[in-house]
Design a protein around this ligand. Structure first.
Ligand SMILES: [Zn+2]
Ligand SMILES: [Zn+2]
Length: 367
């Protein structure tokens, strides 16, 4: 057991409050991680405002150092530098087929804050249980109990200044990059249109360029973000309010794009992402929306071979894909630091406010 400082949500939509909580010792296949920093992801904010059966601890882009390993852990030891991604069971058909992002237990293990055996990990100072294990980590806390299945070990020579920024490789950045590399499989000289220049979208831009795409178009409502996309290498940028948007994007991509990705979760944007495709092109729906939303596609546009796919967590196997992203970063092809903003942990509420207002593209809170 360890006592640690955590940001707790006690009511649906409330701000985070800071409390000392008690963490259980790591169980079979689990490790205790001391967090250096954790990213703030859109899903944390969605969960804060709509999925709370209070109280809970969110946070799912943790970067830290292993402090203690539970029974049965042979691949990690105290002192290992790690980041944490999404959790999976490792036993269902999809996990065994190399698709942990489609794990049968994805919902309970990641969104519903449960351990596989249902045991609680966190208690408050009054001894009452707090739901932890959000994405197998609940990293809005100085320590996390995580599972070997959602931990990725970093190279030993990773400097701390880089290590603390890598948490978003566990979700947001691998979602964007994985959509391009694993799901759409963008190839040299092809074209990609990214809707939404947040962290996920910009990761998609960098991954497309690293894959050899020669036309990378970015659409957003914020001109500052469009300028940033240009500095990252986007070849064309358009404001989403442009009345001739579809025509202009189709023109920039030589009559329609090979691929598009929507990171906004806005149904009219999803439809536009399909309208800009060439025949045989594919759009990936990545952005989270409220449940119950529907999108209409033109019947003929599907019949002529244009595709729509849904992508979760960049269709990544974290222990395979994240090291690939780290290599791209080392080679200078994934300069995500350009849009990371650091905040002290006690400024988490401000970091979330700045993320929602568009002021910070990718906030990271540092312990
Ligand atoms: Zn599974
Ligand atoms: Zn996330």
């Amino acid at each position: 057991m360890v006592t640690t400082r955590a940001a707790v949500i006690r009511d649906n939509g409330a701000e985070f409050t800071f409390e000392d909580v008690t963490l259980a010792s790591p169980g079979f296949g689990e490790v205790l991680v001391r967090n250096l920093a954790t990213g703030v992801c859109h899903s944390d904010i969605v969960a804060q405002h709509g999925m709370v059966f209070s109280p809970r601890i969110f946070g799912h882009e943790g970067a830290g150092v292993v402090e203690e390993v539970g029974p049965g852990v042979t691949t990690l030891k105290p002192g290992d530098k790690v980041i944490m991604g999404f959790n999976s069971c490792g036993l269902c058909g999809n996990c065994l087929s190399g698709k942990p992002f489609a794990c049968d237990s994805f919902l309970p293990l990641n969104m519903l804050c449960q351990r596989l055996d249902g045991a609680e990990t966190i208690h408050d100072s009054a001894g009452k249980a707090i739901a932890g294990n959000f994405f197998g980590q609940s990293s809005f806390a100085q320590h996390s109990v995580a599972n070997v299945r959602n931990i990725v070990k970093l190279p030993e020579d990773t400097p701390e200044t880089v290590h603390k920024l890598l948490g978003p490789f566990g979700c947001g950045l691998s979602t964007g990059a994985g959509t391009v590399i694993n799901a759409l499989k963008v190839r040299p000289a092809e074209s990609l249109v990214v809707f939404g220049a947040g962290g996920v979208g910009l990761a998609g831009v960098m991954a497309a360029l690293a894959s050899g795409a020669t036309t990378v178009v970015v659409v957003d409502l914020n001109n500052e973000r469009l300028a940033l996309a240009t500095t990252l290498g986007a070849t064309h940028v358009f404001n989403g309010q442009d009345a001739d948007l579809v025509e202009k994007v189709r023109g920039a991509t030589g009559g329609g794009a090979h691929y598009a990705m929507d990171t906004t979760g806005n149904m009219s944007v999803v439809r536009t992402s399909h309208d800009v495709l060439r025949i045989g092109g594919t759009t990936a729906m990545v952005g989270l929306s409220a449940p119950g939303k529907a999108v209409e596609f033109e019947h003929m546009a599907i019949l002529d071979g244009r595709n729509v796919i849904g992508v979760v967590e960049g269709h990544a196997v974290p222990q395979v894909f994240i090291p690939q992203l780290i290599e791209l970063h080392r080679a200078g092809k994934f300069p995500f630091e350009k849009f990371v903003v650091e905040y002290p942990f006690d400024q988490l509420n401000q970091a979330i406010a700045d993320s929602q207002s568009g002021k910070s593209i990718k906030p990271i809170v540092v312990f």
